[in-house]
Design a protein around this ligand. Structure first.
Ligand code: KIV
Ligand code: ZN
Length: 521
C-alpha cells in the first residue's frame, strides 16, 4: 500500500454548526463534555460556538477555551467589530485561539440578505479580517455561499482576506448545492486564480442538502483543500454537514487512493458518535455509514458465512478501528464493582468514585431485571444516568394503572429536597398520565415538544431509552432516561429534562404555576 504523507486537518464544528440543528440545544456542561471527547478524538480544531449569538454560546466558548488542551479552539463572528470583540473575549483564553470571520459573497445573499454592494462587501472583509488579526494571529475567513458566488468576485474576496491577514480561507457550500466534480473544480480554480493563495490553507465546509457533503469534501481534497470542516454524525443546519466519521474513514480506508492521513484517533469515533447522539437527542439512523447500528451487521446467510470464514469478504473496515469492541466477559447480577469498573475502562469511560457508585447502583438495579448487561446497556447507563447535572427532582416510585378499558392513571413519588412529594393524574395514555402527575408536583409550566423511544439492545428484556424535548419560555431542554420498563424510562427522561431546566434557568428565576391552576400540561 502507498505511504500516505499528505496531512488533512479536521476542523470540527459540532458545537457550532452542529448545534444549529433544529431542536438541538446544549448547555455549557454538555458542550464541555463533547469538547473533551473531541480532544480525545484528536481533531485539529474545535469550533466551540458563535459567541455573539447568545450568552450561553459565549460562556460555552469561554469554558472550552479555558479547559480544552490540544486542538485549536475557534469562535465564529461576522466581519463586524462587535461580533469580533465578543468572539475574542470568549476565545482568547485558549492556548491556540482562532477567530473565524465570515460574510456572504453570492449575489443572492448580498442583494437580499445583506443589502450591500460588492464594493461594500470587499471593504467589510478588508476591515473585518484586519481587525480580527489585531487580536489573533490565526484568522479564518469564510465567504458564505461561496459555491453560488460569481467566481471572479469570490477570488477577489479571498485575495482581499489573505492580504488583510487571513491564514485559512474556508469555502462553504452553504446550501449544499454543489456537485463533487463542480466543487472540486471550484477549489482548483481558486488555487489558479487567487495570486496570494499560497499564504493560506484552503478549507471546505459542505452542507448535505443533496446528500453530497462528504463526496464534495473529498473532491475538494483531491483538488488541494487541506482542511475539512465537519460534524460528528453529520448534524447541522437543515440536512447537516460533512460527517466527520465518514470523511475520516473514507480517507483511512481508501488511503491507497487519496494518499492522505488525518490525526484522528479512529478508535474514539464510535464513542464520540454515541455521546453526541445522546447529548443532542438526535438519533443516528440505523443504516448510517460507519456509526449506524447496521453498519457492521450482516443479515444475509451468504454474507454471514463469508464474514465468519474471512471478515474482509464483506467488511471493508474493521469495527475495532472505530472503537466498536466486543467483550467475551458477560456482566450480570453477580458481577462486582471491580468488574464494572474495568469493563467501563475498556469502553473508554474513566469515572470518578462518586460516578462509579452511581453507575454501580443503576447497574445492579438493571441486573435484577435483565440477565446479561451488554456494552450498549453500560454505555446507556453512563451517558444517561451517571453524567448528570444536580437533580432537584429524583424519581422515588411510579405506579401506573392502564389497560384497554380503564382510564390511564399514574401515581408518582418524587424526592424533592429530602422529602417525598406524591401526586396522581389521569391522561390520554400511561405516559401522559405520568407526565401530568410529575407536572403537578413540579408546578413548572413545560410543554412536551417531542418524545422518542428506542431499544438499546434486542430481546424481550431490552433496555428502553427514552428521549424527550420540553419547552419552557421558548427554550428547549432535552431529557433522557433508561429502564427495562419503558414507562419508568419515560418518567426518568421527563424528570431529567425538568432538572436541566431548573439547573440552567435557576430556581429563583422560574415562574411556577399556582396550585389552583396546575391542571397538568
Ligand atoms: O454554512 C456556512 O456557510 C457556514 C459559515 C458560517 C462557514 O456555516
Ligand atoms: Zn454551515
Amino acid at each position: 500500500m502507498e505511504t500516505t504523507t499528505r496531512r488533512i486537518y479536521i476542523f470540527d464544528t459540532t458545537l457550532r454548526d452542529g448545534e444549529q440543528s433544529p431542536g438541538v440545544s446544549l448547555n455549557v456542561q454538555e458542550k464541555l463534555e463533547i469538547a473533551r471527547q473531541l480532544a480525545r478524538l484528536k481533531v485539529d480544531v474545535i469550533e466551540a460556538g458563535f459567541p455573539i449569538a447568545s450568552r450561553g454560546d459565549f460562556e460555552a466558548v469561554k469554558a472550552v477555551a479555558q479547559e480544552i488542551e490540544g486542538p485549536a479552539i475557534a469562535a465564529l463572528a461576522r466581519v463586524n467589530e462587535r461580533d469580533i470583540d465578543r468572539a475574542w473575549e470568549a476565545v482568547k483564553h485558549a492556548a491556540r485561539p482562532r477567530l473565524h470571520v465570515f460574510i456572504a459573497t453570492s449575489d443572492i445573499h448580498m442583494k437580499h440578505k445583506l443589502r450591500m454592494s460588492r464594493e461594500e462587501v470587499l471593504e467589510a472583509i478588508r476591515r473585518g479580517v484586519a481587525y480580527a488579526k489585531e487580536h489573533c494571529p490565526d484568522v479564518e475567513f469564510s465567504p458564505e455561499d461561496a459555491s453560488r458566488s460569481d467566481l471572479e468576485f469570490l477570488c477577489l474576496a479571498l485575495q482581499t482576506a489573505i492580504e488583510a491577514g487571513a491564514t485559512v480561507i474556508n469555502i462553504p457550500d452553504t446550501v449544499g448545492y454543489a456537485t463533487p466534480p463542480e466543487f472540486g473544480r471550484l477549489i482548483a480554480q481558486i488555487r489558479q486564480r487567487v495570486p496570494n493563495i499560497e499564504q493560506a490553507i484552503i478549507s471546505v465546509h459542505c452542507h448535505n442538502d443533496l446528500g453530497m457533503a462528504v463526496a464534495n469534501s473529498l473532491a475538494a481534497i483531491e483538488n488541494g483543500a487541506d482542511q475539512v470542516e465537519c460534524t460528528v454524525n453529520g448534524i447541522g443546519e437543515r440536512a447537516g454537514n460533512t460527517a466527520l466519521e465518514e470523511l475520516v474513514m473514507a480517507l483511512f480506508t481508501r488511503r491507497d487512493y487519496y494518499g492522505c492521513r488525518t490525526g484522528v484517533v479512529t478508535e474514539e469515533i464510535y464513542r464520540t458518535s454515541r455521546l453526541v447522539s445522546s447529548l443532542t437527542g438526535m438519533p443516528v439512523q440505523y443504516n448510517k455509514a460507519v456509526v449506524g447500528k447496521n453498519a457492521f451487521a450482516h443479515e444475509s446467510g451468504i454474507h454471514q458465512d463469508g464474514v465468519l470464514k474471512e471478515r474482509t469478504t464483506y467488511e471493508i473496515m474493521n469495527p475495532a478501528m472505530i472503537g466498536l469492541v466486543q467483550s467475551n466477559i458477560v456482566l450480570g447480577k453477580h458481577s462486582g464493582r471491580h468488574a464494572l469498573r474495568s469493563r467501563l475502562a475498556e469502553l473508554g469511560y474513566t469515572l470518578t468514585e462518586a460516578e462509579l457508585d452511581k453507575a454501580f447502583q443503576r447497574f445492579k438495579e438493571l441486573a435484577d431485571r435483565k440477565k446479561e448487561i451488554s456494552d450498549r446497556d453500560l454505555e446507556a447507563i453512563v451517558e444517561h444516568e451517571v453524567r448528570r447535572i444536580p437533580e432537584k427532582y429524583i424519581l422515588d416510585y411510579l405506579h401506573i394503572s392502564s389497560g384497554t378499558r380503564v382510564v390511564p392513571t399514574a401515581t408518582v413519588g418524587l424526592k424533592v429536597d429530602g422529602r417525598v412529594l406524591e401526586e396522581a393524574a389521569c391522561g390520554e395514555g400511561p405516559v401522559d398520565a405520568a407526565f401530568k402527575a410529575i407536572d403537578k408536583i413540579t408546578r413548572i409550566p413545560v410543554c412536551l415538544k417531542s418524545y422518542s423511544l428506542n431499544a438499546v439492545t434486542g430481546g424481550k428484556d431490552a433496555v428502553g431509552e427514552v428521549t424527550v424535548k420540553v419547552e419552557y419560555q421558548g427554550r428547549i431542554f432535552i431529557g433522557r432516561g433508561i429502564s427495562t420498563d419503558v414507562l419508568e424510562a419515560s418518567a426518568r427522561a421527563y424528570i431529567n429534562a425538568v432538572n436541566k431546566l431548573v439547573y440552567e434557568i435557576g430556581e429563583e428565576n422560574l415562574q411556577y404555576l399556582s396550585e389552583a391552576t396546575n391542571g397538568g400540561r
